[in-house]
Structure formats: C-alpha cells, structure tokens
Design a binder for this molecule. Structure first.
Ligand code: 13P
Length: 336
C-alpha cells in the first residue's frame, strides 16, 4: 500500500468524511453577510475554530479542507493545522486560485493556479497539509459543457494532481457539474459521465497513482429549475451508475460535494447511495454548506455561544457519518 493510499483511506474510512471549510474570503464574506455577521479575519477564524474543536471531529471528520488564510492562522499557542491534527483529522488545503473566464468560450470557466504551484505546495506541506483540493466547474445548457471546457479543465486537474503527488500529498480531484438550469437528471448523468471520464483519461496520461486520489463529484440531480424532480432513490441509482462506469477501480474513494442541496437532502441522498453501493468505492461526504449551514445560522444569533454552535455542528456531522455508512434515517434528524 502506498503512503498516498494510506492517507486517502485515513481520510474517508469508517464513516468519516471531509469538512470543506475552504471558502475563499470572498465566498466566506457572502456566507457571513447572509447571516448578518461582519466578515473580518477574527470572525472567520472564530466560526471555523468552533467547528474544528467540536466533539464530532474525532468520530466523523477524517479531513478538513482549509483556505490559505486559515492554514496560516493560530489560536493561542497552537496553529490551526495543529488544532485539527489533535482531533485526529488530516489537514487539507485548497490550492486552485479560482475559476476564471475560459478564452474561446463565452460563458464557461477554467480553473487557474498552476503557475508557482510546486512552490506553494512545499509551503503548505511544511504547514502540515497532507491533502489538497482543486475544483473545476462546468455548467449545463444546450451547448455546454463544451469540449473545450471538458478538455481544458481535465488537463488542469491532471497537472495539478501530478504536482501534488510529487510533493507527497493526496489530490482531491473535484470536477463540479453545477445544478443550475432546467436540465433533466438524465442530462446531468450524461454530462457528468463525460466530464469524469475525461478527467481520468488525463490523470492516467499524467501517470497519477490512482490509489492516492479522492474524487469529489456532484451527485446526479435534476437541474435546480426543474419542478418535478426525481426522488432520492433515483438520484442514488443514477449516481452509482455514473461512477461505476466512469471511475477506475483503483480509486479508493469518492467524497461528494453538496453543491447547493439542503442539509437533509444531501444526507438522505448519501445514505441511499451507500445503502445500494454496488461499487468498490467508499462513498462519503466532502460537504461545505451541507455540514455548516445550521451551525452558521445558530452561531450568527450569538457569536459567543460556542457550545451551542458545536452542538448543532455535531448533530449534522453525526448524521452525515451515519449516511456514509447507510445507517441514517429521517427520525434521527430531530435534534434534542
Ligand atoms: P458545498 O458542499 O457547499 O458544495 O462545498 C463543497 C466544496 O468544497 C465546493 O468546492
């Protein structure tokens, strides 16, 4: 077993998943302003620190993805990576520098951040990171995602993954097909399959050790504008079909993004996926909003009530962990 495979398995095994707390300062500011909290460095750290020191970290969170600002912050005598490592979770870092307009396409994006990446990775490794994230983003419409977007983003993801493995870290490969639009789940299945297959084609050309990669895909859903949506059982079946057909078997695990699903919806769908998981992959969560939303709302009402915030987060993390084992049920949603 390679060192990279060991790290990947430690992050996702035993009902553990990933807390995606890597919102850029711009995105975090939007999240905080939505709950009427001022977005300054202290507030961003205090909310995140409340999550990182929660009881459920030990049992439910195998890895935390940080943003550049947070990985360099400290709390008292400890750095944030030290605080996370103490809970038993592995420190991860978002290393892309965001999605920019893709030249040659009117409305699509290409993720940037390859220039100087080797040097930045060395710095993050020294700060304690052992895994990384890079997100490619694709939208669905009658002409998109274009071949250009599918090809360019896959190529960037592969170059990123090669540099990350060279530095001794596990790359999370995140091709996110957005839910915005009126497309059917069938179209989402077709486009997501094409996107993921292309990513692995490029990863293989770049000689990536696939046993040391975690795939972070979207689930197969109807577009957000569709009124009559497929049910969770169908989401699970289509998602499993897509991944079984598109992901090489050497990949140890898949950690879904929540991508705008509500907390309960994302948990229920993950549970259904695990209940009928007929693949070799571990299927877990790498949720941002679907792990943090309730805790953020609670905290915003009184930013000094850390224990109440942690209780809310623990509840959500426990339910996600149960879903990662196919043991969730709706009646557990009621918080005591
Ligand atoms: P969401 O779960 O909120 O989609 O965030 C996950 C993530 O890391 C997106 O890049």
């Amino acid at each position: 077993m390679s060192e990279l495979n060991k790290i990947a398995l430690k992050i996702i095994t035993g009902g553990k998943g990933i807390l995606a707390a890597d919102e850029s300062t711009g995105t975090m500011t939007k999240r905080l302003e939505a709950v009427k909290v001022n977005s300054n460095e202290e507030n961003r750290l205090n909310f995140r620190k409340a999550l990182f020191t929660s009881e459920s970290m030990k049992k439910c969170i195998g890895g935390v993805i940080l943003y550049d600002e947070t990985i360099k912050q400290s709390s008292g005598s400890k750095t944030i990576p030290e605080l996370i490592t103490e809970s038993g979770a592995i420190v991860g870092i978002k290393v892309d520098t965001g999605a920019k307009s893709l030249a040659g396409s009117n409305d699509e994006k290409i993720t940037e951040g390859l220039d100087g990446l080797r040097e930045r990775l060395k710095e993050y490794y020294k700060l304690g990171a052992r895994f990384t994230k890079w997100r490619g983003v694709y939208s669905i419409s009658d002409k998109y995602p274009s071949k250009l977007s599918i090809h360019s983003n896959a190529h960037a993801l592969a170059r990123y993954a090669a540099l990350v493995q060279e530095c001794g870290m596990v790359p999370i490969v995140e091709p996110e097909v957005l839910m915005d639009g009126n497309h059917s789940a069938r179209v989402c299945y077709e486009k997501t399959s094409e996107v993921i297959k292309k990513c692995f084609e490029e990863l293989i050309i770049s000689k990536i050790d696939l046993t040391g990669v975690i795939l972070k895909p979207n689930m197969i859903l109807d577009g957000s504008g569709v009124t009559q949506k497929i049910d969770g059982e169908q989401v699970a079946q289509l998602t499993l079909k897509c991944l079984k057909e598109s992901v090489p078997e050497e990949v140890p695990g898949i950690a879904f993004l929540s991508g705008g699903q509500g907390e309960i919806e994302a948990t229920e769908n993950l549970n259904l996926i695990n209940k009928s998981n007929n693949t070799k992959f571990i299927m877990t969560y790498s949720y941002g909003r679907a792990l943090q939303q309730s805790a953020l709302k609670y905290w915003a009402k009184d930013i000094n009530d850390i224990s109440g915030t942690q209780k809310t987060f623990n509840h959500r993390a426990n339910l996600c962990s149960l879903a990662a084992q196919g043991k969730w049920s709706k009646d557990l949603e009621i918080q005591s």
